[in-house]
Design a protein around this ligand. Structure first.
Ligand code: AMP
Length: 249
């Protein structure tokens, strides 16, 4: 069975985000970019399933401008067998990505798509669900455990106050949560090996997908700066401040 793993290039999770001065978005100039952490977990899970002999081929996919090829090389260094770059300079919103992925699913016919539950840049948490709807496939989101057996997947999901285990028929979409696994370190020999793995490029036009944005971002702003706290001398002062300064009692 083939597994398709969509991976997004995002601002590295250790970087302190800066909003552009004109409030049109986040500044990505000279900022370290990496694979979306949930997608790293998705690639790792696909590799573990392949190591168990349940998966025959892992195809990583990334949509965006040329630098996403670096992210695809990282996916192949973790263990993906080959990659597809959907090459576009356009601003991609979740619906456009879901349509591109649907076109690739129809071409590649994977039995399973494992992808991140959300990309940490826009925090949309939409693409997997939209892809499942467009394909009319089963979906299990926020997976913390995946077991494959007889054309079915058992997926454990973390929900408020406990765990829920679903059984879904394949082909299906599974989106990953943080506790699914801990991705392996990428070793130098694997980085070198990944350079030789196949990376194909295709355009949205070749896939007959219109990626025109449907939503317009009005503005992006920094969260308000929190004021420093003060230590009060006694309870009476605290009550006085809560009453007269904070005006909460
Ligand atoms: P989102 O719905 O934007 O939060 O993204 C959820 C998941 O969709 C990500 O974790 C990726 O697996 C996938 N995804 C989103 N955008 C892209 C992209 N440009 N290229 C490849 N995969 C993507």
């Amino acid at each position: 069975m083939k597994v398709l793993v969509p991976v997004k290039r995002v601002v590295d999770h250790n970087v302190k985000i800066r909003v552009k001065s004109d409030q049109t978005g986040v500044d990505t100039d000279n900022v370290k970019m990496s694979m979306n952490p949930f997608d790293e977990i998705a690639v790792e899970e696909a590799v573990r399933l392949k190591e168990k002999g349940l998966v025959s081929e892992i195809i990583a996919v990334s949509c965006g401008a040329k630098p996403v090829q670096e992210t695809l090389r990282t996916a192949m260094a973790i263990g993906a067998d080959r990659s597809i770059h959907v090459d576009t300079e356009a601003e991609l919103q979740p619906l456009a990505v879901a349509k591109l992925l649907k076109a690739l699913v129809e071409k590649e016919e994977p039995g399973l798509v494992i992808m991140g539950k959300q990309a940490i840049d826009d925090d949309a948490n939409q693409t997997g669900q939209m892809l499942a709807a467009l394909l009319d496939w089963a979906q299990a989101t926020f997976a913390s455990e995946i077991t494959l057996e007889d054309q079915k997947a058992q997926v454990t999901r973390e929900i408020d106050g406990g765990l829920e285990t679903l059984e879904i028929n394949l082909p299906a979409i599974v989106t990953t949560d943080l506790r699914l696994n801990e991705p392996r370190y990428v070793t130098l020999p694997n980085i070198m090996r990944a350079k030789k793995k196949p990376l194909d490029t295709i355009t949205p036009e070749e896939l007959s997908v219109d990626v025109t944005p449907r939503l317009k971002t009005q503005k992006v702003t920094e969260p308000p700066v929190r004021q420093a706290g003060v230590i009060v001398e006694d309870v009476a002062t605290l009550v006085e401040k809560l009453k007269n300064e904070a005006k909460v009692i």
